[in-house]
Design a protein around this ligand. Structure first.
Ligand SMILES: [Zn+2]
Length: 493
């Protein structure tokens, strides 16, 4: 597919979404996309019509991002055990959560993969798309299939597709360069596109390459062990060779980096300091950066393959991606999220800009990277540096876990990402967190803070917002906070 064909399709997709074709970013448009992520469990627990009533009445939702495929509880189950249940839905944890395909897999689309297309056993024979699509359509609501690449380690054949770490050990994550992985997801999106009358597909992979992972350049706790960085499987090694990367030198480099990271985390300062020592290793082993980009390019190829598959099956279905929150914390990861490049195979991009849990997460990022690359900076100096390079103006390291990031952060991220895709047909949809769990004493959402975040996204010109991560963890009053913003801006039709 050439660039012109892409553009034609993308324009068609924008029209199909009822989105403004021009670059008009005025808030007065009534065609804004107001989305929410929701899993099958909520419809099972509360009833389909009831859930749709609540979403429309409280938050003016016009688009459902229905979690149709994942083995993770994060987007498809109830509240994470141990965190308070919200004021709706069944008041118990889904300790038996399993996951899988919450619709009905059609075997003809999975012939070229070792991964079995299993129906999620969580709700008997329920096909959540068959259940929700007609009810949503009757109300004029759109349904976008939402899926992520989270798997369980106990699935048949999964060990063949798992990533291999620096020492050749299997990891739970799957390899983007393994044909079984690529073919599974192209099969899955083709299945959804051809088997159901859906309004879009959103896919996400919250991962980065081995260099960032080794340094612990993320908000994840604990960060990945530097001996467990990926991927060094046969497919990645072959692809590396094709790109002219010396695989043995790359491995040596990561072994050196592993020593550096372990030593830094144990509190030892290299003679010339952490930052200098890191650069000494990187200059000696530029293969470290090449291996990071090997992952990023391979993920982009996956995006392009999914895009092409869906467009071939049904050109009018919009296709886009969920971009991980780490794009707000780790500048290396942000560098890899080249929005202009991504726009070649994206009708929309959901950029995570969760400001409430963002404070806790920004501080966790500082803790992680502050014990490796920036081991010579105080946490406050590190945070100040990061704010400057990332374009934020937020509170201190000590404060942000308790205050969250401000609505100004949402405004700035919306502006930045809109500028990143300016002149293309790609829509930016702002990911807003509503009650994503934070530690007990850390900042919690209020209706006002949700309202402020949604107002900020629209005032910065966003054509849409996606309330995240899932309805089953959101408190109803906070959901209404989103609706208050939309009503105030007169965006609801
Ligand atoms: Zn691999």
């Amino acid at each position: 597919m050439n660039r012109r064909e892409f553009l034609k399709i993308a324009t068609g997709a924008g029209a199909a979404l009822g989105l403004p074709a021009s670059e008009d970013t005025a808030v007065s448009s009534s065609s804004k996309m107001i989305g929410i992520q929701v899993g099958a469990i909520s419809f099972v627990d509360e009833g389909t019509e009831k859930v749709l009533d609540v979403l429309q009445e409280r938050a003016c939702v016009n688009t459902l991002f229905l979690a149709v495929f994942t083995y993770g509880r994060g987007i498809a189950g109830r509240q994470i055990p141990g965190y308070p249940l919200p004021d709706h839905g069944k008041q118990e944890y889904d300790l038996n959560y399993h996951g899988g395909n919450f619709a009905t897999p059609h075997p003809q689309y999975y012939k070229n993969t070792a991964i079995k297309p299993a129906h999620a056993p969580d709700h008997g024979n329920l096909d959540i798309l068959a259940e929700v699509l007609p009810a949503a359509k009757k109300r004029g609501m759109k349904v976008i299939c939402w899926m992520e690449d989270v798997f369980r380690p106990d699935l048949p054949n999964i060990e063949k597709v798992q990533e291999r770490d620096l020492y050749g050990r299997n990891m739970e994550t799957l390899c983007v360069n393994n044909p079984d992985y690529r073919n599974f997801f192209t099969g899955l999106v083709e299945d959804f596109a051809r088997s159901y009358d859906i309004d879009g597909i959103m896919w996400g992979s919250e991962r980065q390459g081995a260099l960032s992972d080794s340094l612990g350049a993320t908000h994840d706790t604990p960060p990945i062990d530097p001996g467990n960085v990926t991927c060094f499987c046969e497919f990645c090694q072959r692809k590396a060779k094709e790109r002219g990367i010396n695989v043995e030198r790359a491995k040596q480099g990561f072994l050196e980096l592993e020593k550096f990271v372990r030593s830094a985390r144990s509190g030892k300062r290299p003679v010339d300091g952490h930052f200098v020592q890191f650069w000494r290793i990187l200059l000696r082993y530029p293969e470290l950066a090449a291996w990071e980009m090997l992952f990023t390019d391979s993920l982009r190829e996956t995006y392009a393959a999914l895009y092409k598959t869906v467009k071939t099956a049904k050109p009018t279905i919009p296709v886009g991606w969920h971009i991980w929150h780490n794009t707000s914390f780790n500048p290396i990861y942000r560098a890899e999220q080249d929005l202009r490049e991504l726009s070649n195979y994206s009708d929309f991009i959901k950029v995570v800009m969760y400001n409430n849990c963002g404070g806790e997460r920004m501080a966790l990022y500082a803790d992680n990277i502050g014990s490796t690359l920036y081991g010579d900076l105080s946490k406050q100096d590190l945070i100040d540096f990061n704010y400057e390079v990332m374009g934020f103006k937020e509170r201190s390291y000590e404060q942000i876990p308790y205050t969250g990031l401000s609505a100004d952060y949402v405004f700035r991220e919306t502006k930045r990402t809109l500028e990143g895709v300016a002149g293309t047909n790609t829509q930016i949809w702002a990911g807003i967190d509503v009650d994503i769990p934070t530690e007990p004493n850390n900042s919690k959402r209020t209706p006002q803070s949700v309202k402020d975040a949604v107002l900020a996204a629209f005032r910065a010109g966003a054509p849409g917002v996606i309330l995240s991560r899932k309805y089953s963890e959101m408190r109803l009053a906070n959901l209404s906070g989103a609706g208050d913003a939309i009503r105030e801006l007169k965006l609801s039709s």
